[in-house]
Design a protein around this ligand. Structure first.
Ligand code: ADP
Ligand code: ASP
Ligand code: MG
Length: 441
């Protein structure tokens, strides 16, 4: 898949049956991330957030992540015993790393029971949430929304373990890629036609850039699905890319909220369809930053038709996501180089894949560089403003930051630079585009 967002395939939402609805005012999906369920007091805090919805007579489906740090620890265990290259290994990886969500869904259900509610946990396979067989980054194929709605007839609240589903053919657990609980939540919201999907996290909304990089970042009250898709894809991990694609395709109302603040109508960030809904006129909406890519260069290949198709075809067969691509033909026109980037999690697989077709594509050298950062400026306002790229390049040049690669879309300009300048570049650009908090209107 080249410079394109992967959408979940064949996602089927169920037909919702009216009688389930008459006892409550809204059907709400609440998703709580790792920090929000990071320890027992925090799980109790989450239970209070659930109670607040139940007090409003809403029906609630909760989706939880693993406690913060747990998935990383589980991934680390896997890496200590396997290079995780084969499908078999990745299926075991999924079984292992999905276990963190089993713990938190059970604990939250227990806490809700202690508060007097009829609550139960649900693992992916119990719903079932069915996926394809792309272990470690599986796509959702269907969800039995009917089962979830029926469960709400017998229970006050159900707590779903995020991040996981079942691959039907082999009857094995599959996970949805890092950050995948966001996608579980949005997919479930689509399947049950929820009124809203609230994503609770450790920040109180989507900001102009990662608030951990600059305290001048400011909260966006609204952001379009397209912008959020580009921001997520370019590294703003506040929402997993697939969750935004899913929300956009299925018209799910999504809000990003803080678990640690009181929620009011003015809280958080709402994803909207239409730029018209955003009163504020802006050229740039946000700046994303990713330091998890690897640059791969194939040097001096004989220049004839079909070489690029062979390379990217082989990578696509392995489900490897390619982002930026640059091709240079030599001056004499006889050979060419190709440079592209892949997520570091796909790097080993990409390297093996390229090496396996070395005899066919006949490169002279294969080079790798993970000392890189990708900075992207994003905004639908770009469509009607010129000079966005120039401002970016000029700002970086003023700090003597060298640009290694450039790619653009209608609403995004991305550059690759040396990793050491990543955060500095974000701060400089945030300032240059007038995004700092003091410019708030
Ligand atoms: P959770 O565990 O709740 O899923 P994540 O760590 O996945 O939370 O995502 C929340 C984090 O996303 C924030 O702590 C923040 O550092 C980071 N982040 C990156 N870009 C942005 C942005 N533009 N706006 C808000 N948060 C962002
Ligand atoms: N626990 C998983 C992860 O850390 C899924 C998630 O938190 O969304 O990637
Ligand atoms: Mg997350």
């Amino acid at each position: 898949m080249i410079n394109q967002i992967v959408l979940e395939k064949n996602f089927i939402s169920c037909i919702v049956i009216a009688p389930f609805f008459n006892k409550f005012t809204m059907l709400v999906v609440q998703k709580f991330g790792g920090t929000s369920v990071g320890d027992i007091p925090r799980i109790k805090n989450v239970a209070r957030k659930v109670k607040a919805e139940l007090d409003k007579k809403n029906k609630v489906i909760v989706v939880v992540s693993a406690m913060s740090g747990v998935t990383n620890q589980l991934v680390d265990y896997c890496n200590q015993v396997s290079s995780l290259i084969s499908e078999e290994a990745l299926a075991e990886y999924d079984s292992i790393v999905s276990s963190g969500e089993q713990v938190t869904s059970g604990l939250l259900a227990l806490e809700l029971q202690s508060m007097g509610y009829k609550a139960r946990s649900l693992l992916g396979w119990q719903i079932p949430l069915k996926t394809d067989n792309s272990h470690s980054k599986a796509r959702i194929e269907s969800i039995d929304g009917d089962f979830l709605l029926k469960s709400l007839d017998s229970y006050d609240v159900v707590v779903v373990a995020g991040f996981q589903g079942i691959e039907e053919e082999s009857n094995r657990i599959a996970t949805l890629g890092r950050g995948g609980s966001d996608t579980s939540a949005v997919a479930i919201a689509a399947a049950v036609k929820a009124d809203i999907c609230d994503i609770y996290t450790d920040v109180n909304g989507v900001y102009t850039t990662d608030p951990r990089i600059t305290d001048k970042a400011r909260r966006l009250k609204k952001v379009t699905y397209e912008e959020m898709l580009e921001m997520a894809y370019s590294g703003s991990k506040v929402l997993q890319t697939r969750s935004v694609a899913m929300a956009m395709n299925h018209n799910v109302r999504v809000r990003v909220l803080s678990t640690f603040e009181e929620v009011s109508d003015a809280s958080g960030t709402t994803l909207v369809n239409n730029i018209e809904e955003i009163m504020e006129r802006r050229m740039i909406t946000g700046i994303s930053y990713s330091k998890n890519d690897v640059r791969i260069t194939l040097v001096k290949m004989p220049d004839h038709p079909g070489v690029s198709a062979r390379i990217f075809g082989a990578l696509a067969d392995k489900d490897i996501n390619i982002d930026m691509i640059v091709q240079n033909v030599s001056q004499d026109g006889n050979s060419f180089d190709i440079t592209f980037t892949v997520p570091n999690t796909d790097f080993e697989m990409a390297k093996m894949t390229i090496e396996s077709i070395a005899d066919e594509i006949k490169y002279e050298k294969l080079l790798f560089d993970d000392n890189i950062a990708k900075i992207s400026v994003i905004g639908v306002g770009m469509i009607s403003h010129s000079g966005v790229a120039h401002t970016m390049f000029k700002t970086l040049a003023e700090k003597n930051i060298n640009i290694l690669l450039i790619s653009t879309s209608e609403i995004k300009v991305s550059v690759l630079i040396a990793k050491e300048y990543g955060e500095l570049a974000v701060r400089m650009l945030h300032d240059a585009y007038g995004l700092n908090a003091k410019n708030k209107d």
